[in-house]
Structures are given as structure tokens and as C-alpha cells.
Design a binder for this molecule. Structure first.
Ligand code: DAH
Length: 330
């Protein structure tokens, strides 16, 4: 029996120790053999043998357990040494996240108007007919509603087709003067190269006493804003129509692709339309019960801005989560 103590002490691995355990305690192990020998012993011998064997049994078991703990600890230390990671090492393959180009563009727009003291309003994505259409001088059956076909719920609720209803909500619960922008998602039943069912707009509204707000104020700030966004571009205002503004204009910048020379993107005109604006229509003020005020408003599509700034050809690419595209914005 003695030699087994030495074997346990000399075992260099948990596996080896397990072999030894089986050799001693297994069904055909040395202890089983010794106990079997008792059968042929006399009764007095039996008692003594059993006592001795049981003493061996428990002391060998203690030795085994103690050695096992030591070996396990050593093996764990070896493993940790082998798998150690130097977290301070530079990894050439690490990748960082980045803002989505649409959100980055939105942030820049918000940054400009915040600096100009416009506050930020959010409104509701699920709107009612009054805020989305009626109060914006788009009565039921008005043909201009066709341009903004949306997703309807029951009880005159719908997904907002533009951020203009935030104008109405803001005027309904604040007294003038107002200087606000409303960035957010809007929805339309559209899907092609330049339209997606969900996209983002930023609406702007400024209201002050009657006679204080002019088209010249609007022209000044939008020109300054567009130069902030697109750099050194020419800006022009074209007469247009929106039900909620009168007079209304669409604003073009000189084409960022061909610098105004005329190309495929600007349909050879040298100009790109980037926003709509105008002087707030008196019917809108009447709907929100404002008197003796004047104001201007404007609205723009954030995806269109992002596409022009980053020269992205297909609007839908912005919504496909394509890593190859997004990686370019880190
Ligand atoms: N709501 C318009 C649209 O979605 C954009 C717009 C045009 C907003 C002119 C305005 C504005 O406030 O004055 O097409």
C-alpha cells in the first residue's frame, strides 16, 4: 500500500491522478483485491485486516483529494497564462460605429437652427386629420391631399405625412412669438428610387407680431443655412404653391454634382430643389386662433440633404443597413 502514497505525490496532472484513483478505488482496484483476500482469513484476522484496510482507504482518499486541489489550481494557472490577452495591444481589425448619415445630417440641421435660437419640438407620429391637413389649410377633398397619400387608422387618425402638424400643435399650446423647428419621421404611400414609405423632415416656423416677419427674413436665414449645409453654392427662390403658405416658394441650390454646369442628377438644369417655404397663410393662423401676427415656415427632407451631401444615388440605400455603405461614414 505504501507505494501508492508516493504515486499520488508524484502525479503531475489531474488525468494521471484519476488513473491512480481508479487503480486504488476502482472495482478491480487494489483495495477491492485486498478486501477480497479477507474471505480466506480467520475471524480474528478479519477484524484486524478490515480495520487496517479502512484506515488506508480513508487516508489515501484524503491524499488524493488534497493532491487534486493542488493540481487543479496549477492547471488553471497554466491555462490563464496561455490564454492571457493584452488589452492594451493595438488591433488593426477593430471597427468603430458611426452615426447613420441621415441622423448625422439631421444633427447638423438641428445644430444650425439651435444656434439661431430655434427651439426643438417633436409632435406625434400618429396624427389626426385636423393637425395634419385641416388646420394647414388642406380641407377635406382638397386636391393637394393627393400629393400626400398616407396610412390611415380609424377615427380620422393617420401616420403624419409631414412635420408641418407640429406647427399647429405648437401654436395651439403656446403664445407667440414662436421660433421652432420640428425634426422627425414622416410617412407616405410611396416607394421608388427617390421615395420611401418612411423618411425624415425638418419643419421650421417663426411667428411674431404683425408686420415684423417678412419674406426677406426668410430668404436671409435659408440662404445662410444652405451655405452652412452645402458650402459655396448658389441659392435661388422659385414661386410655388403650398396650401399653408402664401406666397410660397421652392428653394434650389446650384447642383453639387456638376457645380451648375448641367448633369444627369439635376436633369441638365444646373439646379437642385432642396426645400419648400413661404409666409404663413392667414387661414393657418385662423385655425389656431392667432390674431395680429405674421410668420414664415419652411420644410425639408433630411434624406435628400444626406444624399446630396454624400452623393448617394439611391434613397433606398439609406434604409437597407448595408454595412458597405455605412462603413464609409466612420
Ligand atoms: N410640408 C411640406 C411637404 O411635406 C413641406 C413644406 C413646404 C413645409 C413649405 C413648410 C412650407 O412649412 O412652408 O411637402
Amino acid at each position: 500500500m505504501k507505494e501508492w502514497y508516493d504515486s499520488i505525490k508524484e502525479a503531475q496532472s489531474v488525468d494521471k491522478l484519476e488513473e491512480i484513483r481508479i487503480a486504488i478505488f476502482g472495482k478491480k482496484g487494489v483495495l477491492a483485491v485486498e478486501f477480497a483476500k479477507m474471505k480466506s482469513a480467520s475471524n480474528e484476522e478479519k477484524a484486524q485486516l478490515a480495520k487496517d484496510l479502512n484506515t488506508y482507504k480513508s487516508s489515501l482518499m484524503n491524499e488524493l483529494t488534497a493532491r487534486k486541489i493542488i493540481l487543479q489550481t496549477l492547471e488553471l494557472q497554466e491555462l490563464m497564462k496561455a490564454q492571457a490577452i493584452d488589452v492594451s495591444l493595438f488591433s488593426a481589425t477593430s471597427e468603430t460605429g458611426a452615426l447613420h448619415p441621415v441622423m448625422e445630417t439631421m444633427d447638423r440641421i438641428v445644430e444650425y437652427f439651435s444656434a439661431m435660437n430655434f427651439s426643438i419640438k417633436t409632435g406625434n407620429m400618429v396624427e389626426d386629420d385636423f393637425n395634419n391637413f385641416e388646420a394647414l389649410n388642406l380641407p377635406k377633398y382638397h386636391p393637394a391631399r393627393d400629393m400626400q397619400d398616407t396610412f390611415y387608422f380609424k377615427d380620422e387618425l393617420l401616420l403624419r405625412t409631414h412635420t408641418s402638424p407640429v406647427q399647429i400643435r405648437t401654436m395651439m399650446n403656446t403664445k407667440p412669438p414662436i421660433r421652432m423647428i420640428a425634426p422627425g419621421a414622416v410617412f407616405r404611400r410611396d416607394y421608388d428610387l427617390t421615395h420611401t414609405p418612411m423618411f425624415h423632415q425638418v419643419e421650421g416656423l417663426l411667428v411674431d407680431e404683425e408686420g415684423k416677419v417678412s419674406f426677406a427674413n426668410l430668404k436671409y436665414i435659408l440662404e445662410d443655412f444652405l451655405k452652412y449645409m452645402f458650402g459655396d453654392v448658389k441659392v435661388r427662390f422659385r414661386p410655388s404653391f403650398f396650401p399653408f403658405t402664401e406666397p410660397s416658394a421652392e428653394v434650389d441650390i446650384s447642383c453639387v454634382f456638376c457645380k451648375g454646369e448641367g448633369c444627369r442628377v439635376c436633369s441638365k438644369t444646373g439646379w437642385l430643389e432642396v426645400l419648400g417655404c413661404g409666409i404663413v397663410d392667414p387661414n393657418v393662423f385662423e385655425a389656431v386662433k392667432y390674431e395680429n401676427v405674421s410668420g414664415y415656415a419652411f420644410g425639408l427632407g433630411v434624406e435628400r440633404f444626406a444624399m446630396l451631401i454624400h452623393q448617394i444615388g439611391d434613397l433606398r440605400a439609406l434604409f437597407e443597413g448595408d454595412i458597405k455603405l455605412l462603413e464609409q461614414f466612420q
